[in-house]
Design a protein around this ligand. Structure first.
Ligand code: CU1
Ligand code: CU1
Length: 273
């Protein structure tokens, strides 16, 4: 069984293997397909219309499935690789090891936010931004400029919520899902991490930054933690709700996946804890 680990615990070899698998998926074009899919869903997910990837109950199972598919692509390159997670409640500095030149590379420079260090710097020639919202071909970051990272206390307050989601099943809902997604609540948990990194991460083409996978892996772990804390709290809505993905509804873009299929992550991987 594949074990997903805290990125701070990875060995130099594990970091290198992960980076090399990312670069290979980028080279073959597989990587950019994930960026394109994510942006299509962000653009079409609306509070009052059909919504699948964001602002809706299926935010968590949709990204779980998206990460599993991406991880399987990495494992075709190197079977030893799993997605690492970034616990931003602990590793909160713009100079934490996650931003090292041996891993994700560092902050963008002041002039144009261009990342110039590490394996995803434009100058390497290996990380051109092809699916773009601003026609700039380089990875951009503005670490810490636009938001604060959520604190452990803010995360714990969200984990304490007992109801998975509730009407109107969008970005105005109370409950665990929307407070974790970060459209409301102290810390604006998931959303504020995108804004804290800035650059592409603050847009629909966020998977252009490999940090996307480490951030969403931690969000996925928090969902797993919540499930363990609240074993009798089900995914909601169960059935019959317009515009959102009920428990047993098919979840686009996949034609054979429902939220129910995604509830038990241990069929696919486990977390180190
Ligand atoms: Cu997303
Ligand atoms: Cu996200």
């Amino acid at each position: 069984m594949a074990v997903r680990k805290n990125q701070a615990t990875l060995s130099a070899t594990e970091k290198r293997n992960f980076v090399n698998a990312l670069l290979e998926l980028k080279r073959t074009g597989v990587y950019d397909g994930f960026v394109r899919t994510h942006n299509e869903f962000i653009m079409s997910d609306t509070d009052n219309g059909e919504r699948v990837g964001h602002r809706s109950p299926s935010f968590l199972p949709w990204h779980r499935r998206f990460l599993i598919q991406f991880e399987q692509e990495l494992q075709k390159i190197d079977a030893s690789v799993t997605l690492p997670y970034w616990d931003w409640t602990v590793d909160r500095s713009t100079t934490s090891s996650i931003w090292g030149a041996d891993f994700l590379g560092g902050n963008g420079r002041s002039r144009d936010s261009q990342v110039t260090t590490g394996p995803f710097a434009y100058s390497t020639g290996k990380w051109n931004i092809n699916v773009s919202v601003d026609n700039r071909p380089f990875l951009q970051r503005e670490l810490g400029a636009g938001a604060q990272l959520p604190t452990r206390a803010q995360v714990d307050a969200v984990l304490a919520m007992t109801t998975y989601d509730m009407a109107p099943w969008n970005s105005a809902s109370d409950g665990f899902r929307n407070n974790l997604e970060g459209w409301r609540g102290q810390g604006r948990v998931h959303n504020s991490v995108h804004v804290w990194i800035g650059g592409q991460m603050a847009t629909g083409v966020s998977p252009n930054d490999p940090a996307f996978w480490l951030h969403h892996c931690f969000i996925d772990k928090l969902w797993a933690d919540w499930q363990r804390m609240h074993p009798t709290s089900p995914y909601l809505p169960a059935a019959g709700t317009a515009n959102v993905v009920d428990l047993n509804d098919t979840m686009r873009p996949w034609n054979n996946v429902t939220p129910a299929d995604m509830l038990d992550h241990t069929k696919f991987y486990t977390y180190d804890r």
